[in-house]
Design a protein around this ligand. Structure first.
Ligand SMILES: [Zn+2]
Ligand SMILES: [Zn+2]
Length: 146
């Protein structure tokens, strides 16, 4: 974050009971195809934005959240009222995933696809496709074809 002007974004669940303030620059913007994300969301692919944990603040509805930990790696958090998913905290990575579609005025510029080896749908967009994750995020860094 060194010195650059910090942008902020507001994220909210569908009913508005929960609101987040997200500041700065995400370290990852892209699609996750892993089976856990797909099962949690009930969607064929997940649009993820990963931020340093300290950049994500719950400004409203902290006591209106429900957290589901299918594994300790991902603390998947949703609104109790509308059931809307809003974030997944990854303590081991020190990163928090804010679901891209909960953020107003966030420019969606994906960098890559991760866990493409588990994909349900193919997306031929020319972006790098990792079988699991880049080495920087603890994966093997292996890229696969679209
Ligand atoms: Zn809600
Ligand atoms: Zn995933």
């Amino acid at each position: 974050m060194a010195g650059d002007e910090e942008k902020t974004y507001q994220a909210r669940c569908m009913c508005g009971a929960v609101e987040l303030r997200v500041a700065g620059t995400p370290v990852f913007v892209g699609y996750c195809h892993c089976g856990d994300c797909r099962a949690w969301l009930g969607a064929p692919v997940h649009a993820a934005t990963l931020w340093p944990r300290g950049n994500v603040e719950i400004v409203k509805g902290k006591d209106n959240l429900v957290v589901y930990k299918h594994t300790e790696r991902s603390h998947r958090t949703s609104c109790k009222t509308c059931g809307g998913h809003i974030l997944a905290d990854h303590p081991g990575l020190e990163l928090t995933d804010v679901l891209a579609s909960t953020m107003a005025d966030f420019q969606w510029t994906p960098m890559m696809h991760i866990f493409y080896g588990e994909k349900m749908i193919a997306i031929a967009d020319g972006l790098p496709k990792y079988a699991n994750m880049p080495e920087a995020f603890g994966g093997d860094g292996k890229e696969i074809a679209e």
